[in-house]
Design a protein around this ligand. Structure first.
Ligand code: ADP
Length: 496
């Protein structure tokens, strides 16, 4: 903004009335407001009361002389621009006055133009000064705003109830909040600078944070969440994101930790409850099933007809319930960590061949082709729980058969990838919409659409598979496209 010049106030201190009046006339035409003083004392008295921008000061006056008045002005109002008026004989005094801080001088007698020139120069200086002051004020305000913004963000981060860690590209910690320190049992402010893995030793979490910090997940929409425990029944879910710079370069990782210990307890209680109820239901249901089978066997042929049909249906239903209960009990055991694996050494190729052969009849009933593709070189002998593996692969193949149209193709592939054995079960069936992919491993979750509504199931198969795979220290993932098919991939570590 331009400093306004029409409010410039000039005080003329000169004992000569003609100079005062002449100056006033010229200055008023320049839109200045003008005050006059006949001597130094009078001038200083005016300055003590009124705001003035420029003083035109005669150096040679009776009483207090100009130099003394200049001294007072410099001391009391250093911002005022003083222009000294001097006769030719006193040029040296004028120079002296400039040294004392006068802004300019004008010889006496002066032409109107000469006065206009020095006053305009002074006005420019005042305007420049005003602009510079405004800039300085603005920049002070911006810095203050920034400071405030910074401290506001810091306050928010510090009051977050969840733990938060920011690392640089090397995985070294650059910022933590008090909730994180509390989580790992340290005083707030004590964990800074070291590598992330010095504070949380979970190996897989360390690898995930390392990968995010190095930018491996920059183009990922979602980064896998990771659940881990710090012992003492304390469970956390870690969610990370890369921290990106202006050019989308990765500057490090931001990881938030959510305490899920309470949810875990609830989950355990729920599993225990389900296990108890299903256990109580299993025996009476089996008895009813057996009795229905007996009634059916003993029914005289002549009694056959509607009754027999009804009893057959009832027997089928009880069979369905018994297998749901069996699945639930299996799942409860897996979730409670109560699966005792019987580890044996065996050839994975043989196990897969026998599972595939066993399920071939089922695929053929739907005119589907079920094939097994083995690697060129034999896999190393495998030490694991063959029953668990049969259950995992059997479940995945059964799903592939169920959720693929007649005449579809199902292929099981196995190969060694790094330190893992990788088993793919691929079909060209219905596929799964992306929005359901995260849910199909949840208990009782079944995708409901036109194609799946007539397929019976419990929604417990995949949770059992996932539980078993994880109990063998493996992982399972799925890729799928509606209308094209699905591939479930199981990775199992090969024990060294
Ligand atoms: P169930 O098969 O008893 O319904 P699962 O837990 O085995 O239960 O599977 C959950 C859901 O995932 C199924 O209901 C189905 O919608 C979907 N699903 C599983 N496998 C496949 C597959 N190979 N192709 C398409 N959908 C599948």
């Amino acid at each position: 903004m331009k400093a306004s010049t029409d409010t410039i106030k000039v005080l003329v201190i000169d004992d000569e009335t003609s100079i005062r009046q002449g100056s006033e006339r010229i200055l008023k035409r320049m839109d200045c407001s003008v005050l006059g003083a006949a001597n130094g004392e009078e001038g200083l008295a005016i300055l003590a009361q009124k705001k003035v921008h420029i003083v035109l000061l005669d150096l040679k006056m009776p009483g207090m002389d100009g130099m003394e008045v200049l001294g007072h002005i410099q001391a009391d109002n250093p911002a005022i621009l003083v222009i000294v008026i001097t006769g030719f004989a006193t040029v040296e005094t004028a120079i002296e006055a400039m040294k004392q801080g006068a802004y300019d001088f004008i010889p006496k007698p002066f032409e109107p133009d000469q006065l206009r020139i020095v006053i305009n120069r002074a006005k420019d200086k005042i305007q420049l000064q005003a602009e510079a002051e405004k800039l300085a004020r603005d920049s002070r305000r911006t810095l203050a705003d920034l400071d405030m913004e910074k401290s506001r963000i810091r306050t928010i981060i510090e009051s977050l109830p969840s733990g938060l860690v920011v690392t640089n590209t090397e995985g070294n910690i650059v910022l933590v909040n008090p909730a994180f320190c509390h989580m790992i049992g340290l005083e707030p402010g004590t964990c800074m600078g070291g590598h992330f893995t010095e504070y949380i030793t979970d190996e897989n979490l360390g690898l995930l944070v390392r990968d995010i910090s190095r930018g491996r997940y920059v183009d990922f929409e979602e980064i896998p969440t990771y659940e881990f425990t710090l012992g003492d029944d304390k469970y956390y879910i870690a969610r990370g994101r890369p921290v990106l710079g202006e050019r989308r370069e990765c500057l490090g990782a931001m990881v938030a930790f959510q305490d899920v210990s309470g949810m875990k307890v609830l989950d355990r209680l729920k599993s225990e409850f389900v296990a108890k109820v299903t256990h109580e239901l299993r025996s009476p249901l089996s008895t009813i099933h057996e009795q229905l089978a007996m009634v059916l066997r003993e029914m005289a042929v002549e009694e056959a007809g509607t009754d027999q049909h009804l009893i057959s249906r009832a027997k089928e239903k009880t069979q369905g319930l018994i297998s749901t209960i069996g699945d639930l009990l299996d799942l409860s055991r897996i979730e409670a960590g109560n699966v005792c694996h019987e580890l044996r050494e065996f050839r994975l190729e043989e196990l897969l061949t026998s599972v595939v052969d066993f399920l071939k009849a089922r695929a053929e009933a739907k005119k589907q082709t079920l094939s097994l593709s083995l690697p060129d070189s034999p896999l190393p002998t495998f030490t694991s729980d063959p029953l668990a593996l049969e259950s995992i692969i059997g479940n995945l193949i059964t799903n592939a058969i169920n959720y693929t149209e007649e005449e579809g193709l199902i292929e099981v592939r196995v190969d060694k990838v790094g330190d893992n054995v990788r088993i793919d079960v691929q079909d060209n069936g219905f596929g799964i919409e992306p929005k359901y992919l995260g849910k199909i491993f949840d208990r009782f979750y079944r995708v409901k659409n036109e194609k799946t509504r007539f397929i019976t199931g419990t929604g417990l198969g995949l949770p059992i598979v996932k539980g078993l795979v994880e109990s063998l220290d493996g992982s399972i993932s799925v890729e799928s496209e509606p209308g094209k098919g699905s591939t479930f991939t199981v990775l199992l570590p090969v024990p060294r």
